[in-house]
Design a protein around this ligand. Structure first.
Ligand code: AMP
Ligand code: GLY
Length: 426
């Protein structure tokens, strides 16, 4: 079948890498893609939120399967757009409806969902501008630290953690009154601080059945030792060494099953990925957030470990037959290291020539923010390249990724040298 991937990051290159291998894939397109996806598919200059152009392209190229990489088009209703269009409603599209996408698009919606279906998460209260007095009193009456979350999408920046009540109160004012995150902070969720170690679990669901994909641990901060500003993610490891069988059973029983039940009971029309951000507190899993797509760079470690044909799995997702699909996982570990532009996640320059990719060996080089001009591969984003390696041992996988990270060069290149630092004893 002809397949279209929407997006332009490392996640989308990893999808293209798996899908291009499939005997079930005929023509593969990526919109808008990057220099990496261009090697495996045909890049198409269409933005992920340009539904009208996407429709024309899908009809023209007789696309049968669309994979939506980022959350934006999902929150904007691309799945509903396809389902309600007589020319598109036979096309399989991976991702939830707009209602399902609220699990990521609204923190308050996600918290209410978890409450209704008894899914363990931090206790919380939410406040709007009119309720600011109550919000300030709530901060006064609870012990630090304070976790303040803008309700809507804020490009990964909407969570602020503060150690004292005065700072928390000032931040609440910024968010609600000064609309620090625009419409996204019209409502603010204040929740209990959970102390523990984080991990992510990925689930593929057809709205009724599910498959649990490999776990991953992401390193979000720019600086070593998890310091400094938040980024999209600086590296990842899969599986998570401390997520043993007993812990995974708890996750499945207490979190995955009730989440799928909730999706079904709320009739969300959800055929896609659920990315569950978790924190392990004293051997118990708590949900920190839902995302309604795969993670980046988590996809770059999760998908290379899937041995089964990804197109067949996505077809089963779309036809609600995941219960009959086969999911075979590579028992090797994988690690990825993200090479980023100097200055990221703040201001950075683009258009720097990337050299040395062809000198690497033993790793998979996923392009994140790159493009090609006059035969040269140039940087085109904050996160530039993800270097992924598979090995029996995650430390050796990481070592190889680091060797290859040294061989790829562009002006201003930076990467964290301590991915996995908190897992050394595992
Ligand atoms: P989010 O954008 O929801 O992923 O939150 C960003 C980061 O804030 C998470 O990756 C956690 O490190 C942290 N975080 C969010 N909620 C909590 C919480 N209730 N307790 C402790 N840390 C949290
Ligand atoms: N790496 C985190 C995310 O994709 O949201």
């Amino acid at each position: 079948m002809n397949i279209l991937i929407l997006g332009s990051g490392g996640r989308e290159h990893a999808f293209a890498y798996q899908i291009a291998k499939s005997p079930n894939c005929n023509q593969l397109y990526t919109a808008p893609g990057n220099a990496g996806t261009a090697q495996l598919s045909e890049n198409v200059a269409i933005g992920v939120n340009d539904f009208k152009k996407i429709k024309e392209f899908v009809i023209e190229k007789q696309i049968e399967l669309v994979i939506v990489g980022p959350e934006d088009p999902l929150v904007n209703g691309i799945v509903d757009f396809f389902d309600s269009d007589s020319e598109l409603n036979k096309v399989m599209i991976i991702g939830p409806s707009m209602e399902g996408a609220k699990l990521e698009g609204s923190k308050e919606f996600a918290k209410e969902f978890m409450k209704e279906f008894n899914i363990p998460t931090a206790t919380y209260q939410s406040f709007t501008k009119n309720e600011i007095i109550k919000g300030l009193q709530y901060i006064e009456s609870t012990p630090p630290p304070y976790v303040l979350k803008a309700d809507g999408l804020a490009a990964g920046k909407g969570v602020v953690i503060l150690d004292n009540a005065n700072d928390a109160k000032a931040e609440l004012q910024h968010m609600l009154v000064e609309e620090k995150f625009g419409a996204a902070s019209k409502t603010v969720v204040i929740e209990q601080f959970l102390k523990g170690i984080e991990l992510s679990v990925f689930v593929l669901t057809d709205g009724k059945n599910y498959k649990i994909l490999p776990t991953a641990k992401d390193y979000k901060r720019i600086g070593e030792g998890d310091t400094g500003l938040n980024t999209g993610g600086m590296g990842a490891i899969s599986p998570v060494p401390f997520a043993d069988e007993i812990f995974m059973q708890k996750i499945e029983e207490k979190i995955v099953k009730p989440t799928i039940t909730g999706i079904q009971k709320r009739k969300m029309n959800y055929k896609g990925f659920v990315f569950i951000g978790l924190i392990k507190v004293d051997d118990e899993p708590y949900v920190i957030e839902y995302n309604v797509r795969m993670g980046d760079p988590e996809t770059e470690v999760v998908l290379p470990r899937i041995k089964s044909d990804l197109v067949s799995l996505l077809w089963a997702t779309s036809t609600q037959s995941l219960n009959r699909a086969l999911l075979e996982i590579d028992q090797q570990s994988s690690a990825t290291v993200m090479l980023v532009s100097g200055g990221y996640p703040e201001g950075y320059e683009k258009g720097k020539e990337i050299k040395g990719i062809d000198t690497t060996e033993g790793s998979i080089i996923f392009h994140a923010g790159t493009n090609e001009k006059e035969g040269k591969i140039l940087t085109n984003g904050g996160r530039v390249i993800a270097v992924t390696t598979l090995n029996e041992n995650w430390k050796e996988a990481l070592e190889k990724s680091y060797q290859n990270a040294e061989k790829i060069n562009f002006e201003g290149k930076y990467f964290r040298k301590d991915i996995g630092f908190d897992l050394q004893s595992n």
